[in-house]
Design a binder for this molecule. Structure first.
Ligand code: NAG
Ligand code: NAG
Ligand code: NAG
Ligand code: NAG
Ligand code: NAG
Ligand code: NAG
Ligand code: NAG
Ligand code: NAG
Ligand code: NAG
Length: 886
């Protein structure tokens, strides 16, 4: 009986086996077909072979069988749009290899994945899988590889993962995982590659990670990890890549890091690490990439870094490193990138840097480097970026820099460089961005300059350049930005400049240019956004050729000898925001056609020969955006136009929302800000930005007559109002009490009568007041700001009583001591200081906008405070420098 039974079992098994080879996967095939039926894209061409009539093991795309059971499923990148939950995990117990990556699978990972106990390889990366990583995954004891990166997984990392002692690769980066890293991760003794980066993990790095002796790759970057780097990492002697960047790690770099002699890439950028850079890093001789950017490292750069002969990228920027650049860096001949910017490095640039002939990026900007630029830098044949700006470099620029034939970007601005712009620069045929502003370059712009056919952006402002604007500039057909303001250029503007058909920004302000503005400039409207030729000796009339579709945004021609009429065609420049024609000899009536310019924010026509009355206006939306209007020193007559003040929406709106000061100008325009230059007490300040809060009306020194319209009180956002030196009569309207932000109010030298409205006393922002030389009567109000004004605010009013504050008419207000910093002043200083400190913007001036020639004491006060602040800043900087030296 035994034998037949055994035989029959054998026969049965044999039969079963035969059966399975051809038919036994039916159940599995049906399960897979059921899954396929849930796909949103039924006609998926890759899975077309999955049909009931075909053999799953033999004919189906991506399916491999072993003994008739589905053993491997690989449908990577098969355009499947489906739900992972419907995958028949429980029906495919023999699966060892699953690759569903790079499809469009969504939904959660079902817990029955834990049934696939034979699984060795699981790849779900680059799908839209959400929900948690099910703890059941800890049952898959044979798993060696998990790829789940680039999904939408959340929740924390299950500690059951620690059971997967065969796991060699665990990639879960780029998900939404949070919580801390479980210490059980230290149990994964076979792990060689661990990447948890780009999640929201927090807590500290578990020291148990130091137990992963096989680890070659550790990526924990771009999370919210805090605490210090565990010293146990020093045990990971197989580690070749250590990425801990973009976390909140603090403390020192542990000395133990120097045991990681296999390390080739170390990235700790953007953390809060401090202390000095350990000299023992010099032991990591296999290191090719070292990035410590944006931490709080201090002390000097250890000379031992020069031992890292394999280093190709060294990035130490944005720390507080001081001392000299070690000459030993000259031994790092594999270096392609050297970024040391934004530190406190001093002394001169070692000439050994010139040995680094593989260098593509050299950025030493924003340090305290001095001395001259070493000629050896001319050897850097492969250099693409040379950035030395904002240092104290002096002397001549070596002509050898002309040999940098790969150079695309040259940033040498904000130094003390002298001499001429080297003719050898004409050899820099690949140069696109040349920033040489704020130095002391002299002599003519060399004609070889015009060989730089790839130039796009040229900043030469604030130097001492002389001679003419080279005619040949027209050769540089891609030129977009040309700024040569604040130099000593002479002669006429070459009309060939109009042939620069890519030019967006042309700034030639504050030179000694003469002659007429080339008529053809009006034709550049299709591309020219900014035209600044202020403070020159230009004469003649303006071109009448501004045409429709013009993109001109800022036109500043103030302080020239221009005459004639204001061209009507400017009304075609619908983008115009800033128009400054002040301090010229224009002879015209008020250009009422500007009312149609929807974006006009700044209009200055000051000190011209403009005349006539400003007649009533019709357009409902006129001057909607206007916030700075200066018509002073002209010969306008007639009544102040009530209808004008009724428009001016921008002046009637106090922007409550902007806590951060904002500025006029195209947002995101790196090359250009609208700016103001102001001078007081013989000092000139350049404010790179015009605060959007600055709202002013200056109609002084004209022949306006009649009453002050009470509608002026609607302009509640006004900071400065100057109506002085006109022929205004009648009372000061009590509606002016609504001007709650006004800083400076000047109504002097008119024929105003009646009493000073008591309500004006309530204006606590007021820091300059002039009511002198009118026919005012009655009592000088006491208290609040009025107490701070001196007699000359009121003199020349025969009817006024109570000059001296103490002997005033009876006081109706309790004295108040609130004369601290005013909100506006603070904004203004911020604007000023930001501009003063920043190196990138060359200013363009709109000088007089804020300065009337009258005695604007309030402005002088601002500048006193500004000076104090600048001095304080300098002291602070000096102090912190001194500290670092200690
Ligand atoms: C596949 O089906 C979709 C709709 O489900 C249809 O828009 C598309 O044209 C079909 N493609 C083919 C190749 O049949
Ligand atoms: C599969 O796993 C689920 C959940 O873990 C469990 O409830 C179920 O009993 C398992 N099925 C089989 C066939 O093992
Ligand atoms: C992990 O292993 C532990 C014991 O080593 C066991 O108790 C636990 O159930 C396992 N977890 C899973 C999810 O398999
Ligand atoms: C490295 O491992 C050894 C042995 O497990 C241990 O004694 C030592 O403390 C570890 N080193 C660090 C820095 O954790
Ligand atoms: C590592 O560097 C330090 C300091 O530079 C040195 O004292 C030490 O001997 C080095 N260790 C090894 C193993 O090379
Ligand atoms: C550069 O390396 C050579 C050879 O190892 C050594 O003699 C020299 O001192 C190093 N230079 C510097 C500046 O460290
Ligand atoms: C610029 O250089 C000239 C000499 O070339 C010198 O007289 C002048 O003082 C320098 N100006 C500044 C601001 O350094
Ligand atoms: C500028 O362009 C015009 C027309 O395209 C041409 O006639 C003129 O010669 C050009 N001027 C220069 C200086 O290239
Ligand atoms: C303005 O021009 C007119 C003629 O167009 C002339 O009579 C008048 O004198 C000029 N005004 C000034 C101030 O030059």
């Amino acid at each position: 009986m035994m034998v037949p039974k055994i035989f029959s079992i054998f026969q049965f098994l044999n039969f079963l086996c035969l059966f399975t080879v051809t038919f036994a996967s039916t159940e599995e095939a049906i399960a897979l077909l059921k899954w396929k039926a849930t796909f949103k894209n039924q006609n998926n061409s890759l899975l077309a072979s999955w049909t009931q009539s075909s053999n799953a093991c033999r004919d189906w795309y991506g399916v491999t069988c072993f003994n008739g059971r589905v053993n491997k499923l690989d449908i990577r990148g098969a355009n499947v749009i489906g739900i992972l939950y419907d995958f028949p995990f429980s029906t495919l117990p023999f699966l060892e290899y699953v690759d569903l990556s790079m499809n469009n699978l969504s939904g959660v990972i079902p817990p029955h994945i834990g049934n696939l106990t034979n699984l060795v390889y699981l790849d779900l990366h680059t799908n839209h899988i959400s929900g948690i990583i099910p703890p059941q995954i800890g049952s898959l004891a044979k798993l060696q590889t998990i790829y789940m990166y680039d999904n939408l997984l959340n929740g924390s990392i299950p500690s059951s993962l620690g059971n997967l002692t065969k796991l060699s690769i665990l990639y879960i980066y780029q998900n939404n995982l949070f919580g801390s890293i479980p210490s059980e991760i230290g149990d994964l003794r076979s792990l060689a590659y661990l990447d948890l980066s780009t999640n929201s993990l927090n807590g500290s790095i578990p020291s148990e990670i130091g137990d992963l002796r096989s680890l070659a790759y550790l990526g924990l970057s771009t999370n919210s990890l805090n605490g210090s780097i565990p010293t146990s990492l020093g045990n990971l002697t197989s580690l070749s890549s250590l990425y801990l960047h973009e976390n909140n790690l603090s403390g020192l770099i542990p000395e133990e890091i120097s045991y990681l002699t296999s390390l080739t890439r170390l990235n700790l950028r953007i953390n809060s690490l401090n202390g000095s850079i350990p000299a023992s890093l010099g032991n990591l001789t296999n290191l090719s990439f070292l990035d410590l950017f944006q931490n709080n490292f201090s002390g000097s750069i250890p000379k031992e870094i020069g031992h890292l002969r394999s280093l190709s990228e060294l990035i130490l920027g944005k720390n507080s490193l001081n001392g000299p650049i070690p000459v030993s860096l000259g031994n790092l001949t594999s270096l392609t990138s050297l970024y040391l910017r934004e530190n406190h490095l001093s002394s001169s640039i070692p000439e050994e840097i010139g040995y680094l002939t593989n260098l593509s990026y050299l950025d030493l900007s924003t340090n305290f480097l001095n001395g001259s630029i070493p000629a050896s830098l001319g050897n850097l044949n492969n250099l693409y970026l040379l950035s030395l700006y904002a240092n104290n470099l002096s002397g001549y620029v070596p002509s050898e820099l002309g040999n940098l034939k790969s150079l695309v970007t040259m940033f040498l601005f904000d130094n003390k460089l002298i001499g001429s712009i080297s003719a050898s620069f004409g050899k820099l045929r690949n140069l696109q961005w040349m920033y040489l502003h704020r130095n002391n370059f002299t002599k003519k712009i060399p004609s070889s300059f015009c060989n730089l056919m790839k130039l796009e952006v040229v900043y030469l402002g604030r130097n001492n350049l002389r001679g003419e604007i080279p005619q040949c500039l027209v050769n540089i057909s891609g030129l977009q930005v040309l700024k040569i303001a604040y130099n000593n250029l002479i002669e006429e503007i070459p009309p060939s400049i109009c042939n620069l058909t890519s030019l967006r920004i042309l700034d030639l302000g504050k030179n000694n240019l003469k002659g007429a503005i080339p008529q053809c400039i009006g034709n550049m409207g299709g591309h020219l956004e900014v035209l600044h030729i202020h403070q020159n000796n230009l004469y003649g009339t303006l071109p009448e050729t501004f045409s429709n579709g013009s993109v001109l945004r800022s036109l500043d021609l103030h302080d020239n000898e221009l005459e004639g009429k204001i061209p009507r065609s400017l009304a075609n420049c619908k983008n115009l925001e800033i128009l400054d024609l002040g301090d010229n000899h224009f002879n015209d009536t008020f250009p009422i056609w500007f009312e149609t310019l929807p974006n006009l924010k700044v209009l200055s026509l000051r000190s011209n020969k403009l005349h006539g009355s400003i007649r009533a206006l019709s357009n409902e939306n006129m001057f909607y955006e206007l916030r700075i209007i200066d018509l002073s020193y002209n010969a306008f007559t007639g009544n102040l136009s009530t209808s004008l003040f009724q428009k001016l929406k921008a002046m009637r709106t106090i922007d409550q929302t902007t806590k951060v000061p904002t500025y006029l100008g195209k947002s995101g325009e790196r090359d250009y800000n609208d700016s103001v230059t102001v001078s007081t007490k013989g000092m000139e300040y350049e404010l790179d930005k015009i605060s959007t809060l600055f709202k002013t009306i200056d109609l002084s020194s004209n022949k306006f007559e009649g009453h002050i319209p009470s509608s002026l009180g609607d302009l509640i956002a006004l900071r400065v109002l100057n109506l002085s030196h006109n022929r205004l009569q009648g009372n000061i309207p009590s509606s002016l009490e609504s001007l709650s932000l006004v800083e400076s109010l000047d109504l002097s030298f008119n024929q105003l009568s009646g009493e000073i409205p008591q309500q004006l006393v309530a204006r606590t922002f007021l820091s300059f007041l002039n009511l002198s030389h009118n026919n005012l009567q009655g009592c000088i109000p006491q208290g609040h700001q009025f107490a701070t004004f001196e007699n000359n605010s009121y003199e020349g009013n025969d009817g006024l009583q109570g000059f001296s504050v103490s002997k005033g008419c009876e006081s109706i207000w309790p004295p108040e001591t609130n004369n601290g910093d005013y909100e506006f002043l603070n904004d203004f200083w911020k604007a000023a200081l930001m501009g003063y400190g920043s190196g990138l913007c060359i200013g363009v001036s709109i000088i007089y906008i804020m300065i009337s020639t009258g005695n604007l004491k309030w402005l002088a006060r601002i500048f006193e405070k500004l000076e104090q602040k600048i001095i304080m800043r300098q002291k602070e900087t000096a102090k912190s420098k001194a500290k670092q030296k200690k």
